[in-house]
Write a protein that binds this ligand. Structure first.
Ligand code: SAH
Length: 347
């Protein structure tokens, strides 16, 4: 991107229709030119200004002088053995770096995107936590992960999960703006139910999400079957206690008439016992929910993945649960692209 660094310039990806209308007006054009830009960027997914042929040549020159398209630059790509999972490292304009993951499975291609550089939540088992919190991503930096991965993916991206680096609900405004850009029918047009926002359990933000009646799916990382157990690995539970979290989740699923997903990272000697499974079943039965069990991906710390036999025993104990139980066998573990393995060295 040959753009003089010392000049003020706009970044186009991340801007809403209204913002692009104002941008066009600021260059002396009519506002509908901004809507045309929106269509090129998000609907046609073309980032070459010179190819935006329905825009006047003079306007195209002005856009090129005063704006860049992408807030992110791709640094590297790692492929897993099967090539079904790929991890991407992107650089922000300030030099900080983030990771995103592309996963193909049968007719589904899911991308896992980051919402922050580092994370403030400090879950003891998660590699991102070790980075500490560095900064929130802008809506543009979040949505650009989709646009750049879309260009690199052989087929359409069918699902987006906000489960990469960071705690999405602690960057609420930008995360919702990014989800809205992914969902906008005039733009990327991804169905709301194909967008999942995952949280460590920030109760006031879950309440806000419920009150604002967003249609995106919500996943809550439970990771423990009692308050005491959860506190051991997720210090955030002190301020966000389990009982209140479950009440907020219940309210969300009722008011938004939708199923909430609970994620449960299964960790050896921590939360893998049959009693944990039984408690989970009892605790979650009254809630319209689904449980996603994630066998722990090792990150070089003290925690370990339970033996396969233990994992099966845990799952068997949930056979009669009145809610669906799924297992996420992370696919990118060999390239540190599994859940909780994302961390970059900058910052
Ligand atoms: N902060 C958000 C989203 C990022 S973490 C959240 O907590 O939900 C995404 C998921 O990966 C969470 O369910 C988290 O508990 C899980 N996770 C974190 N570290 C992991 C690890 N090492 N192995 C498996 N899952 C992990």
């Amino acid at each position: 991107m040959n753009h003089p660094r010392n000049l003020e310039y706009q970044v186009l990806v991340g801007q809403s229709k209204t913002q692009l209308e104002l941008f066009a007006e600021s260059l002396g054009e009519q506002s509908y030119r901004g809507r045309q830009l929106f269509d090129w960027l998000y609907h046609q997914k073309n980032d070459i200004i010179d190819e935006m042929t329905d825009l006047p040549a003079l306007f195209r020159e002005q856009v090129k002088k005063s704006a860049i398209v992408h807030p992110l630059v791709q640094v590297t790509q790692s492929d897993s053995g099967s090539k079904q999972t790929k991890k991407f490292l992107f650089q922000l304009q300030d030099g900080n770096q983030i990771e995103s993951v592309l996963m193909k499975e049968k007719d589904r291609t899911t991308i896992c995107i980051s919402t922050q550089v580092g994370c403030a939540v400090n879950c003891d088992f998660c590699a991102t936590a070790a980075m500490g919190f560095i900064q929130n991503l802008s809506a543009g930096e979040i949505v650009d992960q989709f646009l750049q991965l879309k260009k690199l993916s052989s087929g359409p991206i069918t699902n987006v999960v906000f489960m990469g680096m960071g705690e999405p609900l602690l960057n609420y405004k930008n995360v919702i703006a990014a989800a809205d850009l992914l969902h906008d029918p005039d733009g990327i047009n991804m169905g709301a139910k194909r967008i999942t926002i995952s949280t460590a359990g920030i109760i006031p933000k879950i309440k806000q999400f419920t009150a604002e009646a967003h249609k995106y799916k919500l996943a809550i990382s439970l990771n423990g079957s009692t308050q005491e157990q959860r506190l051991k690995t997720m210090p955030i539970s002190a301020a966000q206690p389990l009982e209140e979290l479950l009440a907020a989740a219940t309210c969300y699923s009722r008011e938004n008439k939708t199923r909430v997903t609970f994620e449960y990272v299964l960790i050896k000697d921590i939360n893998e016992k049959i009693e944990d499974a039984r408690r989970l079943q009892e605790m979650l039965s009254p809630i319209n929910c689904k449980l996603n069990v994630i066998p722990y991906n090792e990150t070089g710390g003290v925690y370990a993945r339970p033996d396969d036999e233990k994992i099966q025993t845990f799952l068997s104990a949930l056979k009669k649960a009145p809610f669906p139980v799924t297992v996420r066998w992370s696919k990118g573990v060999g390239i540190d692209a599994g859940c909780g393995q994302l961390a970059t060295k900058t910052g």
